[in-house]
Design a protein around this ligand. Structure first.
Ligand code: C5P
Length: 236
């Protein structure tokens, strides 16, 4: 059994610990919810368990579908082991429908479908408020080469295809989501972080009821109940 060692990093939703195994990290999902760059905060009982369960399910699914990712195994309701990677400070957002910041930026109604998936890059930088980046900005900041950007896009589109289908089978529409990537010990780009209702917009296929973090952002109801619906529909 892998041993948990010292705390390496504490984020808004997760704690990351070292382990006694090389290149293996121990992740603990917390019950905290934050939005608007940490301006809105709450503790939501059960959220850590739900996001750990859902992320574990989705990363296993992606692994079976041939998408290399950092997930190793779930070790408890709220904890998982992952491969250590050096995170690329980019948020890769994929959108199938207009919502959130895109609806605001372009003045198009939420829920409008996009003819093809849109990929956007945001700079993971709390001080700057995670700004939208053009590919030339990524080059100026030296965050990734154009070849690496092409790899990120290819991965993002593949993940989108797999997850769109998977959620569709569960009667859920994948509106948009955010991915993060890192370099593993061999320098290979791998999918990392989490994929959960914290990082996706997930709407009921018929009613458009929201089962994602917008429930918290917009005070639409009980967040844990919404995430539980997703876990149940995924068969967890
Ligand atoms: O806010 P925006 O519309 O740009 O978000 C697009 C998608 O990316 C949403 O699913 C949102 O939950 C996710 N996201 C995220 N973390 C961020 C910003 C956005 O998971 N820091």
């Amino acid at each position: 059994m892998v041993k948990k060692l010292e705390l390496l990093y504490e984020g808004k939703a997760k704690k990351v610990y070292m382990t006694d195994e090389e290149n293996v990290l121990w992740i603990e999902y917390k019950d905290s919810a934050t939005a608007f760059n940490g301006e809105k905060k709450a503790t939501i009982a059960g959220k850590g368990r739900l996001n750990n369960e859902i992320t574990s399910l989705l990363f296993s699914k992606l692994h079976s579908a041939g998408i290399d990712n950092h997930f190793i195994q779930k070790i408890s309701e709220t904890e998982q082991l992952v491969k250590k990677v050096t995170i690329i400070p980019l948020e890769v957002v994929v959108r199938n429908y207009v919502a959130g910041s895109l609806a605001k930026r372009l003045g198009i109604a939420e829920g409008t479908s996009l003819e093809k998936p849109l990929i956007e890059f945001y700079y993971k930088n709390d001080e700057l408020g995670d700004p939208l980046l053009l590919e030339d900005h990524i080059a100026i900041l030296k965050l990734a080469t154009s070849e690496q950007i092409a790899v990120l896009k290819e991965y993002a589109l593949k993940v989108n295809e797999i997850l769109t289908q998977y959620f569709q089978n569960c009667h859920v529409r994948l509106i948009d989501f955010k991915l993060e990537f890192g370099f593993d010990a061999e320098g290979k780009i791998v999918l990392a972080d989490e994929i959960s209702p914290d990082t996706c917009r997930l709407w009921d296929m018929e009613t458009n009821e929201k089962f994602d973090k917008d429930v918290f952002r917009r005070d639409l109801g009980n967040l844990a109940d919404a995430y539980e619906v997703i876990l149940q529909r995924l068969g967890g």
